[in-house]
Ligand binder design. Structure first.
Ligand code: HEM
Length: 81
């Protein structure tokens, strides 16, 4: 098991479109959710978080406060912040 790379917030913020990739952060983890965007039950709202933190959005949309949502997110982890 090798450690995942560490990314800066600046690097994460470069990934905010489908063409550049869509990255988000959550509790110190970095996630490349590009492939998930089209599958998101909440549609393109997910792009509001592109390049930044999920926490403020998930605080507003409590539907994400479920174990199965975190399981989906965990599949897309690419690094640590
Ligand atoms: C619903 C995942 C980011 C807005 C959902 C659901 C999942 C999901 C699995 C369905 C939950 C259920 O009904 O059991 C994710 C993941 C995200 C993400 C993995 C990030 C990687 C966001 C963001 C927003 C958002 C950033 C808003 C800015 C919504 C809304 C729904 C929803 C409004 C409800 C859709 C409906 O039932 O009509 N999301 N979400 N999501 N999400 Fe997200």
């Amino acid at each position: 098991i090798s450690a995942l790379p560490v990314f800066s917030q600046e690097e994460v913020s470069k990934h905010r479109s489908l063409s550049d990739g869509v990255w988000v952060t959550y509790r110190g983890g970095v996630y490349d959710i590009t492939e998930f965007v089209a599958m998101h039950p909440g549609g393109e709202k997910i792009l509001l978080a592109a390049g930044g933190a999920l926490e403020p959005f998930w605080a507003l949309y409590a539907v994400h406060n479920q174990e199965h949502v975190l399981e989906i997110l965990s599949e897309y982890k690419v690094g640590e912040l």
